[in-house]
Write a protein that binds this ligand. Structure first.
Ligand SMILES: Nc1nc2c(ncn2[C@@H]2O[C@H](COP(=O)(O)OP(=O)(O)OP(=O)(O)O)[C@@H](O)[C@H]2O)c(=O)[nH]1
Ligand SMILES: [Mg+2]
Length: 219
């Protein structure tokens, strides 16, 4: 299936608000898609590229740049169809272990309890995809039985053959963990630099938000 409808409505993305702690985010019924991953994995870049924007989310060469939870609204004809949440990365080596751990716990709590979560985009560098911290996040998220899309980013750093190897390896890990991760887990290659690989993730997002049926056709 193509993703032209989503491509149209994703251009209605707008910054909504920032929070330093999950509990500052108000309860909501609007479907929320979280973008999580290791520090420096390429989350903010992926968000910008997915939305066809240059500086919607702040991407940086300095790891740990996203320290706030930044929430974006997906607006279409004044209706808010969903939200995208750009999360600070985990595993940021420049902060002490206790601070790292505190953030991981906070994130785990959000993934486990946020009522309006519709799915998770897990951004992971395709050169060392699905490392232990990523697996831990998915273990925590698994009981929700919500869908996950693993985005193997920085694909431009690999040859075509290596990309395929990375994809197979990630697919293997996902299949091995199927039981624990409950919800549907899809995997695809992506490059923020080359701006490639948008369609599979946009399709996943639109289906999570219930936009692949009549509503999408109408849009
Ligand atoms: N080559 C290449 N570099 C990328 C890609 N995506 C991101 N980067 C680079 O990786 C670095 C980190 O990117 P960000 O998007 O800020 O990563 P992040 O996951 O949001 O990082 P934190 O917010 O610090 O956790 C930047 O220097 C980006 O330019 C990609 O697809 N290919
Ligand atoms: Mg970021």
């Amino acid at each position: 299936m193509e993703a032209p409808d989503l491509d149209r409505w994703i251009s209605g993305v707008q910054f909504w608000r920032s929070a330093s702690q999950m509990k500052q985010l108000p309860r909501s019924d609007i479907p929320e898609i979280a973008i999580a991953g290791r520090s420096n994995a390429g989350k903010s870049t992926a968000l910008n590229v997915l939305c066809h924007r240059k500086k919607l989310a702040f991407a940086s060469k300095t790891p740990g740049r996203t320290r706030l939870i930044n929430v974006f609204s997906l607006l279409y004809k004044e209706a808010e169809l969903g939200r995208l949440v750009d999360l600070p990365g985990y595993g940021y080596a420049q902060v002490d272990k206790a601070t790292q751990r505190a953030w991981e716990v906070e994130l785990a709590r959000y993934l486990a309890h946020r009522e309006n979560l519709a799915g998770l985009i897990l951004v992971t560098d395709c050169r060392h995809a699905l490392g232990p911290l990523d697996v831990q996040m998915l273990d925590w998220f698994g009981p929700r039985r919500l869908p996950v899309h693993v985005l193997l980013t920085k694909a431009d750093k690999l040859t075509r053959q290596e990309q395929q190897q990375a994809l197979s390896k990630a697919g293997r890990i996902v299949r091995e963990q199927e039981e624990a991760w409950g919800g549907a887990v899809s995997v695809s290659l992506f490059s923020g630099l080359a701006r490639t690989g948008r369609d599979p993730v946009l399709q996943a997002m639109s289906s999570w938000m219930g936009l692949l049926g009549d509503e999408a056709a109408e849009i």
